[in-house]
Design a protein around this ligand. Sequence first.
Ligand SMILES: Nc1ncnc2c1ncn2[C@@H]1O[C@H](COP(=O)(O)OP(=O)(O)OP(=O)(O)O)[C@@H](O)[C@H]1O
Ligand SMILES: O=P(O)(O)OC[C@H]1O[C@](O)(CO)[C@@H](O)[C@@H]1O
Ligand SMILES: [Mg+2]
Length: 318
Amino acid sequence: MSKLGIMTSGGDAPGMNAAINAVVKAANYYELEVMAIYYGFQGLINGDIYPITSNELENVTDKGGTILKTSNSREFMAEIEENKALDALKKFEISALVIIGGEGSFKAADKLHQQGVKVIGIPAIVENNLAYTEYAIGFDTTVNTILESIGKIKDTSLSHEKTTIVEVMGRKCGDLALYSALAGGGEIISTPEKKLDLDTLCSELSERINKGRRDNLIIVTENLYDLNELQKGIEDKLDISVRTSILGLLQRGGHPSAFDRRIASRMGVAAVELLKDGHSGKAVGIRENKIINVDFSDVHTKVSEKLEDYRLAEILSY
Ligand SMILES: Nc1ncnc2c1ncn2[C@@H]1O[C@H](COP(=O)(O)OP(=O)(O)OP(=O)(O)O)[C@@H](O)[C@H]1O
Ligand SMILES: O=P(O)(O)OC[C@H]1O[C@](O)(CO)[C@@H](O)[C@@H]1O
Ligand SMILES: [Mg+2]
C-alpha cells in the first residue's frame, strides 16, 4: 500500500469530518500518505485529488458537513467512468481507498473493489437506513437536532393547544421518526415501516384528545403523505386546528454529537487497520458497541426492523 485515498460521497452527515480526521491520523500513524479526493466519485473521475495531512485537520471534528465536499451523482458508475476512476487512482499512486457514505457509495466502492482496488467503506447517513450496522455516522446528531426543533415547536403549539405535524427526513427508513418519538419528541409516529392511514391517525389523535391530552405532535417520515392533504384531512375529520412543520435540511447540519464523533473515530481507525491487514471490499459498522465489518455484498437498506421499539413508542404514546 503506497498512498491511501479518502473521500466522502452521497448526502453529507454530521460526523463525516471526525471520520476523515481518524482515517488521516491512523494512516499517518501507520506511515501512510493520504490523498484527499474532493467531491466524492465525481472528484475521483475529474482528478480533484490533493495530499492531506494532520495540519489540515485542526478543529474539524466538531464541524458539520464535510471538509472534502461531496456529490450525489444521478448516474450510476458506468464502465467508462469506472475506467476514468481507475486511471486517476493510478496517476495519483493511490492503492487503497476509504469511502465514507451510504448505500450508493458502497455500490460504487464495490465496483472498484471488483476491479482490484483495495476499498473499505464507512457508513455515514443521517437516516440510518443500512441494515448491517446499528448506527451510521450522523444519525444520532440528527435525532438530537430533531428533538431540539420539536421542543421549540411544542412550546408554541401547546400554548395554542394546536396539534402539529412534523415531517422529518428518512426516505424509506423511519428510524429518525421512531428514535425521536422514543426520546420523548412526539406522541404519534407514522413511518414507511408503519404508515398510518388518515382514519387510524385520526382515531389515535381523538383518543388522546378525549383523554384531555394536549401535547399532540405527530412525527411523519418524508415522502409518506401530501402534507397539505394530511393537515386538511385531520382538521376536517376532527374539527381541530392543525399546523405543519417540515424540518428539512437543518436536520443534516450542525455540530456532530459526542456519540457520532466517537463512532466516527472508531470506524475511521478500524477502516485503516483493515486495509493495513490486507482486507478489501468491506464496510465497517457497529453492533452491540463493537466495531464490525461485512462484505459490500451484504450491505442492504433495511425494512421493518425494530419491532420492539415500535411497541415501546406505542406504550409511550399512551
Ligand atoms: N449501483 C451503483 N453502481 C455504481 N455506482 C453507484 C451505484 N449507486 C450509486 N452509485 C454512485 O455512488 C455515489 C453515491 O451514491 P448516492 O448518491 O446514492 O449516495 P449514498 O452514498 O447512497 O448516500 P445518500 O443516498 O444518502 O445521499 C454516486 O456518485 C453514484 O453515482
Ligand atoms: O436535496 P438533497 O440534497 O438530495 O437532500 C435531501 C435528501 O437527503 C437526505 O437527507 C439523505 O441525506 C434525504 O432524507 C433527503 O430527502
Ligand atoms: Mg443513495
